[in-house]
Structures are given as structure tokens and as C-alpha cells.
Unconditional design. Structure first.
Length: 258
């Protein structure tokens, strides 16, 4: 059952946003957990939309976490700085012996952030950028953090060949439930199947200061409907009992103005 989640059949319907091909082509931070060091072009607005379902079963209790809608909006200030806004509408359903015992929905706090270019790729040196966010005191009370929530990471990418790329992140995040940080890493191997279709496989982990590590693996596909519109699908598994059992996601991203 779990192994089947790592294989996908792509089905997509394209909607043309621009009549002419626009370059540079869209580069997104989804669907994998490894954020890209590429910035949105100056003056461009990029919107990355998605939904996620995450399942975890512990004895007779099943917890399903829903990200009904997530939106990452990015704006290119110049060649070195990108502004970012993240909004999510969340839900959680808890069942015990197949009977609902709790169900909540609501908006998460808005997150404001920035991506800053560090370096272009040159020889064996990777393309690199810094990303940081801080959560505002907004959203529903059900998902309001007890402490200030924030995150940062350094993002790196190598072009291995015309078909393969290798990306990785290092950073930390504060989820607001405790004052402690969770350190993280991601490793992602990408493969260009065609000019329009790409695939990746990834492993990543979180290392909270106050609990055991959370290890996961995922894989997915992307399809470029146009040079500035992309559809994606992905799924993954938890590798230990701290991680969720499985999760699946899909989304649509597009860029305007540039």
C-alpha cells in the first residue's frame, strides 16, 4: 500500500495563460520540500497553489491532517531579492475505532518572507540562496501558535547534466507550539524526462530539540503546461514512527507579468 504511493499516473488538462512563450521558464518551490535557489524575475508575480492530505495511524487512532489550500505568492524586487507571502487553510480529523472524536478547520497565520540570492552556479560551486519567513499574528484560533513561529534555510542546486540536477537545503524552523527549534535538511535528485515532464525523488528530516528525529521520503512529477504554468503531483512515506505514515499532494503554479 505504502509502496504504491511512490508511483504516479499523470493526468492533466492545460489552460493557456499567455499566447506567446515567455522566458525564463517557471521554476517553483513545490512540490518537493527542497526549496529552489532560483528567484522570480524582476517585476514578476508567481503563485504556487496546492493541497496536501497526510495520514498517521497509532494503534486504534487515525489522524488525518488536511492542507485544503496553500498559496505561496512571490514577487521579484530585483535580480537579488524576492518577497514571499504564504497562506494556508488547514484541517484535522481524528478517529478512534473509526468514530470521529475531533474535527477542526481554520486558517493558519500568514507568513511573510524573503529570498536573497547568494551565488550563481559556477563549475562545482552551486547556485545558492537564503530564504527566511516569520509568521504574523493572524489566522484561526485553532491554529494560532503559542510562540513566535519562523523558519530559515540555505538552498543549493547543482546541474549534474542535461537531464539530472541535485539540490539540497539546510536550515531550521520554529513551529510555534514550543519555543524550541527543529533543524532540517533536504536532499533532492531531479530528472528531466522530457522538455515538459520532470521527476524527482527526495529524502528529508527534521531534528527537534525536544523530541526524536522525523525522517521522510517522497517522489513526484511536474508537467509544464506552458513555459510559465506548471502542474505537479507527489506522495511520500514516513520512515520512522515519529513521521506520518503517508502523504499525497498536488498543485498548480503560474507566473504573471514576466
Amino acid at each position: 500500500m505504502k509502496q504504491a504511493l511512490l508511483f504516479f499516473i499523470s493526468i492533466g488538462l492545460g489552460t493557456q495563460i499567455f499566447a506567446q512563450t515567455i522566458k525564463p521558464e517557471i521554476v517553483t518551490d513545490r512540490p518537493d520540500q527542497t526549496e529552489a535557489p532560483s528567484l522570480v524575475p524582476k517585476g514578476g508575480i508567481q503563485v504556487e497553489l496546492g493541497t496536501v492530505i497526510e495520514n498517521d495511524v497509532i494503534e486504534n487512532t487515525k489522524v488525518t491532517n488536511y492542507t485544503y489550500a496553500t498559496a505561496l505568492v512571490k514577487y521579484g524586487i530585483n535580480e537579488n531579492i524576492e518577497l514571499r507571502l504564504i497562506s494556508e487553510y488547514l484541517g484535522q480529523r481524528v478517529k478512534f475505532n473509526e468514530s470521529d472524536i475531533n474535527k477542526v478547520t481554520g486558517a493558519s497565520p500568514l507568513a511573510l518572507g524573503v529570498k536573497i540570492k547568494i551565488a550563481d552556479e559556477k563549475s562545482f560551486w552551486p547556485q545558492a540562496a537564503f530564504i527566511g519567513h516569520i509568521n504574523l499574528k493572524t489566522g484561526s484560533s485553532e491554529f494560532a501558535p503559542d510562540y513566535t513561529a519562523a523558519d530559515f534555510r540555505f538552498t543549493f542546486a547543482h546541474t549534474l547534466s542535461e537531464k539530472f540536477s541535485f539540490s539540497y537545503n539546510l536550515g531550521a524552523e520554529w513551529n510555534g507550539e514550543t519555543p524550541d527549534a527543529a533543524f532540517l535538511y533536504t536532499l533532492s535528485l531531479g530528472y528531466a524526462i522530457t522538455d515538459k515532464v520532470g521527476a524527482y525523488i527526495e529524502c528529508y528530516s527534521f531534528f527537534p530539540e525536544d523530541s526524536r528525529a522525523d525522517h521522510r521520503i517522497d517522489a513526484g512529477l511536474t508537467y509544464k503546461i506552458t513555459s510559465v504554468v506548471q502542474w505537479d503531483v507527489s506522495a511520500g512515506l514516513g520512515l520512522n514512527d515519529i513521521a506520518p505514515d503517508s502523504f499525497i499532494s498536488t498543485g498548480l503554479s503560474f507566473r504573471l507579468l514576466k
